[in-house]
Ligand binder design. Sequence first.
Ligand code: ADP
Length: 310
Amino acid sequence: MILTLTLNPAVDTCYYVKTFQVNASNRSQRYYKTAGGKGLNVSRVLQQLGASVVATGFLGGLTGQFIAKELQKMALHSAFVPIKEDTRNCLAIVDEQGQQTELLEAGPTISPQEREQFLSLLTDLIEQEAIKVLTISGSLPGGLQKDFYKSIVEKAKAKKILTLVDTSGEAFSEAIKASPYLIKPNLSELEELLSKKIESEEDAAQALQELQTFGIENSILSLGAQGSMARCGNALYRVQIPSVEVKSPVGSGDAMIAGMAWAILRQECYEEMLRIGSTCGVVNAMNNKTGTLDMEQFSTIYRQIVVKRL
Ligand code: ADP
């Protein structure tokens, strides 16, 4: 079973408008609300792949209730800690030219009691023999220390649970100190982590090599429409993806994490893990809805992914 962590989930509302004007009333006939946050995107993709998954994190207020109901509708197993403050709202406004304006709330502050409650829930969950893989995605809400993910990776490792980390900034630079099983930065996240520019495949290979000092088994550098590069064990890989008609690449990194977590649970080899993860990323980009996989597209794209050992 795979446990997914979403500590700062969001109700994502997307408004479609003809044109978007500041300092004016903008009307929208078409809008969608979804249970968002990177870890919930991962959970959705995992469920579509047929993996058994449990989602955990914090939920509060009416926005939290909305997310809980959405998860129930999807029949997704979840165990969230209720909090006093409201789960955040994130708004996206998309016009007919495809231009997107976003408004993202910072989110709630977790109290010390809520943090302790979560840690005890997490201990209960990872004590269960069934949990083999843990995904940690997204930003940390206020009230939690920057090394919060690091301590979770350590807890999971003590139970031989393989952890995938997909975050940024200080939470990321702290988490890698605990040597998670897999990390998947994109270009800007890896540049920020190593405080240097990556401008060529040679630079990327060198950067992935540098990460070896942290004792991380799998470091994947995702490159959007350019596919990815990876160092798995001692081998370096280049993953080439087909060019496709892109509807929305939002959440492709989350879909990739889900695919790789699923492959890891099934004890697939590195190449297969990269192929499944990349397929999920590409198929997500081919769909409008974040974290949605069309399984027919999955089979077609899967056959077109090329994983080359360098
Ligand atoms: P993140 O969302 O974390 O920034 P990426 O944008 O690098 O991650 O996407 C992860 C993976 O999803 C890529 O390696 C690729 O396989 C797929 N992907 C992302 N964007 C596109 C795109 N525009 N076209 C095709 N595949 C994409």
